[in-house]
Design a protein around this ligand. Structure first.
Ligand code: HEC
Ligand code: HEC
Ligand code: HEC
Ligand code: HEC
Length: 210
């Protein structure tokens, strides 16, 4: 181990012992806003009385009432994708869309429903991807070995190694490709909250054999 590496490891250890989360200071750290109660997790999670519907981990936020999003489609796309309605959605992309579709105020968590700060008017406004997702990478569909037979340009998610596991175990949610497949909402180390550094398109090449 080089000296610089050990110094950085000590620094990282010291920072984590001080209780800083990886979210601290990122675009997902809302603790500086009066409505966030000086807390980080509370805007999205609660330890009690959260919703766990549809793969939501102790979710504290109001979900978007948008009934159906327009999703990407093309003549060469082999998978079919759809986000199920809120109540029974297995798609945890719904969680991201509870801010990023621009319809639910950021303050609408923990029972609050009269907030006014939507993502479009918060910060730079770059986070507003809207409710028309047809110009965005497809989400909310099953990515499995069978899809790779239909589309040989894909790596088999069940066997392709990534992040100490496989694509299926580390990047999919109930076998589905979702927003959080490519993004890690808790960690902005690579910018854009990417789960894998996309230098030389490494993120894309994890799955696409191009
Ligand atoms: C901006 C919203 C947001 C904030 C803030 C946030 N989370 Fe999350 N969290 C999510 C979403 C969305 C998921 C589901 C997607 C995923 O697992 O990547 C999740 C998943 C989780 C999970 C389950 C999956 C896993 O990674 O183990 C845990 C545990 C968790 N969050 C803990 C926390 C804690 C602790 C904090 C505060 C330090 C926090 N989160 C802050 C949105 C958030
Ligand atoms: C509590 C609301 C909220 C939730 C939930 C949330 N985000 Fe965000 N996110 C934001 C806001 C607000 C910004 C913009 C911050 C700014 O203006 O700097 C942002 C920024 C981002 C960015 C852009 C960062 C940049 O550098 O420009 C990405 C990517 C992102 N979020 C992805 C996600 C994904 C994926 C999920 C779900 C796994 C998610 N977010 C969940 C509120 C949220
Ligand atoms: C297949 C991977 C992938 C999926 C799935 C994905 N993103 Fe992204 N996203 C990226 C990459 C890579 C960037 C970095 C910017 C770029 O390269 O255009 C990005 C950028 C963003 C940004 C920054 C603003 C912008 O438009 O560039 C936001 C916000 C965002 N994503 C939110 C989401 C949300 C919400 C979902 C689910 C509806 C999602 N992403 C699904 C890969 C993905
Ligand atoms: C976790 C795996 C994964 C990652 C990461 C990923 N993709 Fe995909 N992508 C897929 C799958 C699976 C499909 C659906 C292919 C199909 O059904 O034909 C797809 C679809 C697409 C399509 C549409 C294909 C069509 O036939 O219309 C394009 C273009 C694309 N991805 C580009 C990218 C780019 C660029 C990146 C990096 C920013 C990226 N993908 C990252 C898995 C991934």
């Amino acid at each position: 181990m080089t000296r610089n590496l050990s110094i950085s490891l000590i620094f990282i250890l010291a920072v984590s012992l001080n209780g800083f989360s990886q979210i601290t200071g990122s675009g997902h750290d809302f603790s500086g806003n009066a409505w966030a109660n000086n807390e980080i997790c509370i805007v999205c999670h609660t330890p009690h009385n959260g919703t766990s519907t549809g793969n939501a981990p102790l979710w504290n936020r109001e979900l978007s009432s948008v009934a159906s999003y327009t999703l990407y489609s093309s003549v060469t796309m082999d998978a079919g994708s759809a986000i199920a309605p809120v109540a029974n959605s297995a798609s945890n992309s719904r969680l991201c869309l509870s801010c990023h579709d621009g319809t639910v105020a950021l303050e609408n968590f923990g029972g609050v429903s009269n907030g006014t700060t939507t993502i479009g008017i918060y910060g730079s406004g770059v986070g507003n991807i809207g409710t028309d997702l047809s110009n965005d990478h497809p989400i909310s569909f099953t990515y499995d070995a069978a899809l790779c037979i239909a589309d040989p340009g894909l790596n088999d998610p069940t066997t392709t190694p990534v992040l100490n596991g496989t694509i299926t175990t580390q990047m999919l949610f109930g076998g589905q490709l979702e927003c959080a497949t490519c993004h890690d909402v808790h960690d902005n180390s690579y910018g854009y909250f990417l789960r894998i550094d996309n230098t030389n398109s490494a993120l894309c090449l994890t799955c696409h054999n191009k």
